[in-house]
Design a protein around this ligand. Structure first.
Ligand code: NAD
Length: 342
């Protein structure tokens, strides 16, 4: 950990066994934190096999909707990063009542538990999708939010709960991330850059619908570093703040071109199909750069390269059929109900 900065020793991460968590947890262990992962392990238990500094990692299988259990496991924790979620539109729409119970209803109980333990810092993973579609190119944090889906709507409602609550000394901060990309131990292949890359590798063909639509992106290692920065930042820089976090807004066609050129053997064809859905999403992340000095280290090219290397090294198993890479397919197979899961 950086010397001279406020230091939280014990960090709990809800949903820490997911895609982002699988990169964030090793990063925080490396930085010297004690990390408690609180997760249902919907996408598998293999995530932290062989991780370095495992003696400082505590894994707890818990449903974040179980307030009593959550409160019990938060004893002694200094900071919480809240990632647990039904984390995309289609999985949410599969069972909206279940989605709401995890993404929104559980949030109140989690906040009560955090507050009752007087946990100092609470970092909430919202989403840049809360803005909906905007004509403006530079969508910044003070613009109105017009979420278009229930997933985004409940992300925003959780933000409101944080903003409206009285949390004594709790320093809460909201992060609105772009779409994450690149290889991680719990891999998602249902995100734009990752999907296009895997199709290029396996099918040798990328189908782009439209192509001019802009998408904001962030490399998974930069995502992990950003959460680390939010833990290290002084109270006055983060308390009650909202930050966008993305590093490159790119059109889908540009992403396809990057993928083809990174694979580099001339084998990949890009096919463009017409679509009526030309909605663009793009964000401005100057605030986190200005306030916290966040500097991205990685590009979309790096993310594609990490996926190509992992695939060629045999680390991505049956990528088009393995349901653990696709949130909606896993959720369909698990047939989760609204009741507590564990
Ligand atoms: N990945 C992205 O591109 C992206 C972009 C913007 C925001 N986010 C947000 O970041 C967070 C992490 O995203 P991700 O891609 O790692 O998602 P993910 O789906 O890979 O991980 C979510 C984790 O939450 C766990 N979980 C789900 N319901 C739970 C419950 N009731 N109790 C305990 N654990 C539960 C799952 O088992 C999973 O490990 C999410 O909140 C997501 O909305 C992600």
């Amino acid at each position: 950990m950086s010397p001279g900065r406020p230091l939280f020793k014990k960090v709990a991460i809800t949903g820490g066994a997911g895609y982002v968590g699988s990169a964030l947890v090793p990063h925080l262990l490396q930085e010297g934190y004690d990390v408690t992962v609180m997760d249902l392990y919907l996408y598998g238990r293999h995530v932290f096999k062989g991780v370095e500094h495992a003696d400082r990692l505590h894994e707890v299988e818990v449903d974040i909707r179980d307030e009593t259990a959550v409160a019990r496991h938060l004893a002694g924790v200094d900071a919480v990063i809240h990632l647990a979620c039904v984390s995309n539109d289609p999985s949410f729409e599969l069972n909206p009542a279940l989605g709401r119970s995890i993404n929104y209803d559980a949030f109140r109980g989690l906040l009560r538990a955090v507050s009752s333990h007087r946990i100092k810092r609470f970092i909430y993973a919202s989403s840049s999708s809360v803005y909906g579609v905007k004509e403006e190119r530079d969508v910044h944090e003070d613009m109105t939010c017009e979420p278009l889906t229930d997933y985004s709507k409940y992300k925003l409602l959780c933000e409101d709960l944080l903003k409206q609550g009285r949390w004594r000394d709790m320093e809460w901060v909201i992060l609105r991330p772009a779409t994450v990309c690149g290889w991680a131990p719990r891999l998602r292949l249902d995100l734009t850059v990752n999907t296009l890359t895997i199709h290029a590798l396996v099918r040798k063909k990328i189908t782009v619908f439209g192509g001019s639509q802009l998408r904001p992106n962030i490399h998974i290692q930069d995502m992990a570093a950003a959460y680390g920065l939010l833990l290290e930042a002084p109270r006055e820089a983060v308390k009650g703040e909202t930050f966008n976090i993305g590093t490159q807004n790119c059109s889908v066609s540009e992403i396809a071109d990057i993928v083809r050129s990174e694979i580099g053997d001339g084998s990949v064809t890009i096919v463009t199909e017409p679509t009526e859905d030309l909605r663009s999403y793009h964000i401005n992340s100057d605030r986190i750069r200005r306030t916290l000095g966040f500097k991205p280290r990685w590009t979309i090219q790096d993310a594609v390269r990490s996926l190509v290397e992992a695939y060629r090294a045999g680390k991505v198993h049956d990528p088009l059929n393995n349901i653990s890479y696709y949130n909606i397919k896993t959720m369909q197979a698990l047939k989760l109900e609204e009741g507590l899961y564990v």
